[in-house]
Design a protein around this ligand. Structure first.
Ligand code: SF4
Length: 278
């Protein structure tokens, strides 16, 4: 079985959100503005770094990114314009001397690389870092791009484990990763910032343990769904703060109040096309 980092993150946010989005495969037809800006931003950065990876110069890669933005900008979508402005500002300041080694590359890592526990022996971890940079001496940095509406506080930055897990997985495959980094594009204020970290030995143990326990929960949830389908109950999170930005807030509330949400799912949601199990 393949378990991706995103599945673990979704399950840990809210098992019921995981049920709607992963197990049932629902995706909102009308994406929120925040998500749309992020999708456009990732597409433009992917084009720029894809060109750099292919050996093109910075100037030609920026031109290719601009061409991509024009191709997408059929309806003068303000969300694309927001993403385009942010990416352009970032690239203006970018002094990129390293090599873009992997750009949105999908890795499948045997979980047995991370643990001897026999429970994980047939499980693979799926991860797709936004960017892996190779510096002098074959040292690597792994990066994730975040298009956010709010500044993350220091605790959130320190505790966010996504890029640290990417680092641990890549290291387990023999890559020399020395740093992990979040790159923030604030869609409200236009501020660009980043947060880099290196892990100490204790942090490595805890990041790995927390993640593997999340993988175990996802495996069990998937097995239960396969065996019992709709008869399984996936509880709502007790951390109601997660509900504020949940794409399933409306149907979740309907069902919570004993109402039928099937029509909402039919008219406002479509089937997710991204397959986390590959
Ligand atoms: S609205 Fe809240 S409880 Fe319901 S699925 Fe979303 S995060 Fe979970």
């Amino acid at each position: 079985m393949i378990v991706s980092y995103s599945e673990v993150a979704k399950y840990q946010k809210c098992p019921r959100q995981f049920y709607y989005g992963i197990l049932k495969g629902h995706r909102q037809i009308e994406m929120s503005d925040a998500i749309s800006v992020g999708v456009f931003g990732h597409t433009l950065l992917q084009r720029y770094f894809g060109c750099i990876k292919a050996g093109m110069s910075h100037v030609s890669s920026v031109a290719a990114m601009n061409d991509k933005a024009k191709e997408l900008n059929k309806t003068l979508d303000f969300r694309l314009l927001t993403a385009w402005t942010l990416v352009t500002e970032y690239l203006k300041k970018l002094d990129f001397k390293a090599t873009a080694l992997f750009v949105e590359n999908r890795f499948l890592v045997p979980a047995s690389n991370l643990t001897d526990d026999p429970y994980f022996k047939d499980i693979e971890i799926g991860l797709t870092p936004d960017l892996v940079i190779q510096r002098t001496g074959d040292f690597l940095d792994v990066e994730d791009f975040k298009f956010t509406q709010r500044e993350w506080d220091t605790t959130s930055k320190q505790r966010a484990s996504q890029v640290k897990i990417y680092q641990l997985c890549l290291e387990s495959m023999g890559y020399k990763v020395t740093r992990s980094r979040f790159r923030f594009f604030n869609t409200k204020t236009g501020v660009l910032s980043d947060y880099s970290s290196t892990m100490n030995s204790l942090e490595r143990i805890h990041v790995k343990q927390d993640f593997l326990e999340g993988v175990r929960l996802v495996v069990e949830a998937k097995k239960l769904f396969e065996a019992k389908g709709e008869d399984t109950y996936y509880p709502r999170t007790l951390n109601f703060l997660e509900c504020r930005y949940c794409p399933f807030k409306f149907p979740c509330e309907l069902e919570f109040n004993g109402k039928d949400a099937s029509n909402t799912f039919k008219t406002q949601y479509t089937k997710r096309t991204y397959d986390y199990s590959k």
